[in-house]
Design a protein around this ligand. Structure first.
Ligand SMILES: Cc1cc2nc3c(=O)[nH]c(=O)nc-3n(C[C@H](O)[C@H](O)[C@H](O)COP(=O)(O)OP(=O)(O)OC[C@H]3O[C@@H](n4cnc5c(N)ncnc54)[C@H](O)[C@@H]3O)c2cc1C
Length: 519
C-alpha cells in the first residue's frame, strides 16, 4: 500500500508498503499531537498505535556526570510531556515514558508490544543519526521496520540544491531557491485528528506518570520563575501573540529591550509547534502583501536560516564535531594558556567590562535565552576581541541555551568566527560599544541586567570607563569594584585579531571586500 499523498504537488509521496496491526510512534524533537508526520503516518497505516518518549540516558547521564544539578531543558521537556500525555490520553491513547538508553529501550518496547513498525521523525545531528541507525538494525533483527519522516524542516537534505545539483554554501541563493520551490503542499499540516481512533490505550505494565525530575536525577530549575510557557499550549499562546506583531518584526527584532522576536526557538527545538504552521502563516502574509508582509518576509527568512543550517550539518557533519566549515581557518592560533583561560572565564562570568556583552551573558545565564543580536555581539567579542577559540563559546552556549540546537548554534558560532559558510568576513569586527549605542540606545537592556550601572547617563553607559570620575561617583559606579574595568581595549584587540586571521588572507582577500571594516 502507498501512503496517500497530499493533493496538488509535484513531489513524490512517502511510500509505506503495508498496513500493520500494531505500530509505535517514537517522539523525540516533536512533542505535540497535531500536524505531526510520524504520528499521521502511523495512525493511517496501523490498526493500533502506541506512543513512547525515552528520557535518554545517553544524553542525560553525561550532564549529571558533569555535576549539573538542574537543567531548564529537561524540565521543559518534562512539562511538555505531561501535556502531551494528557492530550493523547484524552484522545483514547496515552504516552509511555521510559528512562533508559533509547538504543535498547525502543527495540525492547517494540518487542514487548509486538509492534511491526516504529515511526519517528528525522533528526539531522550526527549522534541522533547514529542512534537511529543502531535502533533500525536492532529492530530489523526482530522483523520490525523503522519508518522515518521529514517533520522538523520544511526542506531537508537534498531537497534544495544549486544549479549543479550540489548543496548550497551561501544563504541568499539557498533562500531564493527555497522560495521558488515551496508549494502549498510543503506547508500543509499532517492531519492527525481524523485518524485518532487508531490510538491504543497504554498497556497496564506501562501505565505510569511521567517521571519526576528527581526520578531523572535532576533538581528544579528556575523555569517557573522565568515564566516560560511550555508544551504545545505554551507554543500556541506565544505564536498567537507574535502573529499580532509579526508585521513589526523587521523593525524591532534587533533591539534587545523590545519585544521584537517570537521567542519560539525552544518550542521549535522540541517540536511543541510545527514548523509548517509558522512558515505557512508567514508565507501567506508575504503573499497577501499589505502591512504585515515586510515583517513576515524577514521572519520567514529566519525560518529558512534554520532549514539552511540543518542542511549544512546534514551535508557536512564534520562541522558538528569541531571542524571549521572552511578548513583553512583551522590554522588560526587562538589565545590559549592562562590569558585565554582568564578571558574565557571573564566572558562566561559577565565580567568583561563591556556592559552590553556582560548584560547579554547575564541574560543567558539567568534565563537560558539570549537575543539574536546579542548572540552575534557576544560571540564576536569572545572570538575577535578576546581571541578565544570559537569552539569554547559554542560549548558554553550549548550548555546554557534552552533552544540549543547543534546545527543553528554551530552555524551561528562559525558565522561570528568567520570560519563558516556564508560567514561574517574575517576582517569585519563588531565594535561592542557602537553595537551597544546602536541597538540599546537608552540602555534599557543594560540597566535591567546591570543595576549597578543604572544611574549612569546614557552617554557613558555603553563605555563606563570613559566617564569622568565625578560622574561615576555620582552614579555609584566604582570601576574595578562594583563593575569591572574593560578586560581588553577594543582597538588593540582588533589589530591583534587582524594579525591572527592573516593565515587565512589567501582565502578571502580583504582588499576585495573592504579591509578592516568595523560594525
Ligand atoms: C552564536 C549564535 C548561536 C546561536 N545558537 C542557536 C541555537 O543553539 N539554537 C537556535 O535555535 N538558534 C540559535 N541561534 C540563532 C538565533 O539567535 C536564535 O534562533 C534566535 O535568537 C531565537 O529567538 P527567537 O525564537 O525569538 O527568534 P526569531 O527571531 O523569532 O526567529 C524565529 C525562528 O527562526 C529560527 N532562527 C532565527 N535565526 C536563526 C539563525 N540565525 N539560524 C538558525 N535559525 C534561526 C529559530 O528557530 C527562531 O526561533 C544562534 C545564533 C548565533 C549568532
Amino acid at each position: 500500500m502507498q501512503a496517500a499523498a497530499h493533493p496538488a504537488t509535484s513531489r513524490p509521496p512517502y511510500r509505506i508498503g503495508n498496513t500493520f496491526a500494531r505500530g509505535l510512534v517514537w517522539f523525540r524533537r516533536d512533542l505535540r499531537a497535531t500536524d505531526h508526520a510520524a504520528l499521521h503516518y502511523a495512525l493511517r497505516h496501523c490498526a493500533q498505535v502506541w506512543c513512547v518518549f525515552v528520557f535518554d540516558r545517553d544524553i542525560l547521564d553525561p550532564l549529571l556526570a558533569r555535576g549539573l544539578q538542574s537543567d531548564r531543558r529537561v524540565e521543559f521537556i518534562r512539562q511538555s510531556l505531561v501535556e502531551l500525555a494528557g492530550t493523547l490520553a484524552a484522545a483514547g491513547g496515552g504516552l509511555i515514558v521510559l528512562h533508559g538508553r533509547a538504543q535498547t529501550a525502543i527495540p525492547a518496547l517494540a518487542r514487548a508490544l509486538e509492534v511491526e513498525a516504529v515511526f519517528a521523525n528525522h533528526d539531522y545531528e550526527p549522534a541522533a543519526n547514529a542512534r537511529d541507525q543502531a535502533v533500525r538494525q536492532a529492530l530489523s533483527a526482530q522483523a520490525c521496520a523503522l519508518f522515518t519522516f521529514k517533520d522538523q524542516a520544511v526542506f531537508e537534505r537534498d531537497e534544495i540544491l544549486n544549479g549543479q545539483g550540489k548543496p548550497f554554501a551561501v544563504f541568499t541563493p539557498y533562500k531564493n531557491a527555497w522560495l521558488r520551490t515551496v508549494e502549498p503542499f510543503d506547508l500543509r499540516p499532517y492531519a492527525v485528528e481524523p485518524y485518532l481512533p487508531a490510538l491504543a490505550p497504554v498497556p497496564a505494565a506501562y501505565r505510569q506518570p511521567v517521571p519526576t525530575l528527581a526520578q531523572l536525577g535532576f533538581g528544579a530549575s528556575n523555569l517557573a520563575e522565568i515564566a516560560m510557557p511550555t508544551g504545545a499550549s505554551g507554543a500556541q499562546a506565544l505564536f498567537a501573540e507574535f502573529v499580532e506583531r509579526m508585521g513589526d518584526y523587521g523593525r524591532r527584532r534587533d533591539y534587545p529591550a523590545l519585544r521584537g522576536p517570537s521567542y519560539l526557538s525552544v518550542h521549535l527545538r522540541f517540536g511543541t509547534i510545527s514548523i509548517r504552521t509558522l512558515a505557512r502563516t508567514a508565507h501567506a502574509a508575504v503573499l497577501r502583501g499589505g502591512a504585515d508582509s515586510a515583517g513576515a518576509a524577514v521572519w520567514l527568512s529566519e525560518l529558512i536560516w534554520r532549514d539552511f543550517y540543518f542542511m549544512i550539518l546534514h551535508h557536512h557533519p564534520r562541522v558538528g564535531a569541531g571542524a571549521a566549515f572552511h578548513p583553512a581557518y583551522d590554522a588560526i592560533r587562538w589565545q590559549d594558556g592562562d590569558t585565554g583561560e582568564r578571558y574565557f572565564r571573564a566572558w562566561c562570568d559577565a565580567a568583561t567590562g563591556y556592559p552590553l556583552v556582560d548584560a547579554a551573558m547575564l541574560q543567558i545565564r539567568q534565563s537560558g535565552y539570549m537575543h539574536n543580536r546579542l548572540r552575534m555581539v557576544t560571540a564576536s567579542f569572545l572570538v575577535k576581541d578576546l581571541g578565544v577559540d570559537w569552539r569554547r563559546g559554542e560549548q558554553y552556549f550549548a550548555d546554557q541555551l534552552n533552544d540549543f540546537d547543534l546545527a543553528a548554534n554551530n552555524g551561528g558560532w562559525q558565522w561570528a568566527a568567520s570560519t563558516g559558510c556564508d560567514a561574517q568576513p574575517w576582517f569585519r569586527i563588531f565594535n561592542p560599544v557602537t553595537q551597544s549605542q546602536k541597538f540599546d540606545p537608552q540602555g534599557r537592556f543594560i540597566r535591567k541586567y546591570l543595576p549597578q550601572l543604572a544611574a549612569l547617563p546614557d552617554k557613558y553607559l555603553h563605555a563606563p570607563w570613559t566617564a569622568p570620575e565625578t560622574v561615576l561617583a555620582e552614579a555609584g559606579v566604582r570601576l574595578g569594584d562594583n563593575y569591572p574595568r574593560p578586560l581588553v581595549q577594543h582597538d588593540v584587540a582588533r589589530q591583534q585579531t587582524l594579525r591572527r586571521y592573516e593565515v587565512v588572507k589567501q582565502v578571502v582577500k580583504p582588499e576585495v571586500k573592504g579591509a578592516g571594516a568595523e560594525d
